[in-house]
Design a protein around this ligand. Structure first.
Ligand code: GDP
Ligand code: IMO
Ligand code: MG
Length: 425
């Protein structure tokens, strides 16, 4: 019997998951998203074309693999329909080709979930989370509050009744906010999209995935967001509302923990964060501006400028521990090409002590990063195609990271294109 390999982000999201899932997808029979929703924006580039996926797994461009939107995902039918319509316009029709299935148990994002997200963020003012406003938090709240609507419900005769009941509840909550809204347009788009959703095969994902394993087929679970946005272990409350860690792949797909195989942990050669919350190594200066410009660090979903900083090793070690990472993947090394020196945070000064872990509260008592200087490679990585082309300074940086993190770096990414990927091990 095979096991499920998991690929997930080790930082605050946008590490490059979409690109690497696309690169690895020819090795897999099934690619499955297990949590999050259209707050995700996963970018893929190949043959001079660029695609951003929000809900659809990033294995969609590989001819032979099936793609599953798992039960742990929250689905906005309007966004999913738009994604598939856009793909069709670009000549890709995963539904027509039978390459996309959806878990019956995945929860639906309603237009009122988005309104609640917006009303809540507006009320929080400066202390807001910086949500993508896709309705993620309110949808997961209804899931755990046992009020949610699921994909499977759309085919039941009482769907409209259940919908109205939940929307009434949302309207009652919204009446307590000073928040104006008009639902009419969104609601008709929603029901149109629900009809479309019914044309995509609905499956019991737990059986599908486990049957694949029994048949010795290969499965890759694709994470969204990043470990430091995990609702339990991230920088709470500045997190998303799902478990973004390996454990989330178990609950989000219906696989037992002993069915997890390799865990690919993906990170940038530096660090970014979008939205509010602590970020110890943030560079709120010209250097951060350079990282943002060279790395094109603007949100794939919202277009917001991403905050940039140096790589944070205490945070990465924490993420590796939580996920049981077996292989590392380093992204965007090329963004550091122009620097004479780069820096890695090895420890924090925190409340008068030197520590090498993420403490409980880094929002009010801010840690000061202790940085190690690393000599830059000052050469263009984007054209390199073989490990023998890796400059000595970059090889030193990789060796330093492997020694610190105690996990091998298996892949190195040197540009956004599918081909700009080097296998190191
Ligand atoms: P994801 O959410 O983890 O899939 O990542 P995003 O797609 O949100 O953000 C990653 C961004 O970096 C995208 O614009 C990618 O095209 C781009 N990218 C991925 N890998 C590399 C790389 O190695 N170098 C550069 N320069 N860009 C990359
Ligand atoms: P991918 O999969 C980066 C951030 C938001 C906000 C917080 C909560 O592309 O890596 P939410 O919309 O979930 O209520 O927002 O989480 N966030 C992400 N940041 N990449 C993502 O996804 C993100 N999804 C959510 O910016 O700070
Ligand atoms: Mg992204």
């Amino acid at each position: 019997m095979t096991q499920v390999d998991v690929l997930l982000g080790l930082q605050w999201g946008d590490e490059g998951k979409g690109k690497i899932v696309d690169v690895l997808s020819p090795n897999y029979d099934l690619i499955a998203r297990f949590q999050g929703g259209p707050n995700a924006g996963h970018t893929l580039e190949f043959d001079g074309k660029k695609f951003v996926l929000n809900t659809i797994p990033s294995g969609i461009f590989n001819d032979h693999s099936l793609n599953l939107i798992g039960n742990g995902v929250v689905i906005d039918p309007i966004i999913l329909k738009r994604e598939l319509d856009n793909l069709k316009l670009a000549g890709h029709d995963p539904v027509g080709l039978g390459k996309l299935v959806i878990a019956r148990k995945a929860h639906l994002i309603l237009p009122t979930h988005q309104l609640l997200d917006a009303a809540n963020e507006q009320k929080m003012g400066a202390g807001k989370i910086g949500s993508t406003l896709k309705g993620i938090g309110p949808t997961y709240m209804d899931k755990t509050g046992r009020n949610g609507l699921r994909v499977g419900d759309t085919t039941m005769p009482d769907f409209k009744e259940k919908y109205n009941k939940l929307v009434e509840k949302h309207k009652e909550i919204l009446s307590h906010y000073d928040f104006e809204y008009d639902l009419t347009e969104k609601e008709s788009a929603f029901f149109e999209a629900i009809e479309f959703l019914k044309s995509i095969p609905h499956v019991d994902s737990e059986h599908l995935v486990n049957n694949y394993l029994k048949e010795d087929k290969k499965v890759l679970a694709e994470g969204a967001q990043g470990t430091l946005l995990d609702v339990d272990f991230g920088s709470y409350p500045f997190v998303t509302s799902s478990n973004t860690t390996t454990a989330g792949a178990c609950t989000g797909l219906g696989i037992a923990p002993n069915k997890v195989g390799s865990v690919y942990g993906i990170f940038k050669a530096y660090c970014t964060r979008v939205g509010g919350g602590p970020f110890p190594t943030e560079l709120d200066n010209e250097v951060g501006e350079t990282l943002r410009k060279v790395g094109r660090e603007f949100g794939a979903t919202t277009g917001r400028a991403r905050r940039c900083g140096w790589i944070d090793l205490p945070a990465l070690k924490y993420a590796i521990m939580l996920n049981g990472v077996t292989s590392l993947i380093m992204m965007k090394a090329d963004v550091l090409d122009g620097f004479d020196s780069i820096y890695a945070c090895t420890h924090y000064e925190y409340a008068g002590e030197t520590i090498d872990y993420m403490p409980f509260d880094i929002q009010t008592i801010k840690p000061t990063p202790i940085l190690k200087e690393i000599k830059g490679w000052k050469s263009d990585l984007t054209k390199i195609t073989s490990t023998s082309d890796i400059p000595a300074e970059l090889a030193d940086y990789l060796a330093f990271l492997e020694a610190e993190l105690e996990v091998p770096i298996e892949f190195l990414s040197v540009g956004p294109d599918r081909n700009q990927t080097l296998k190191l091990k």
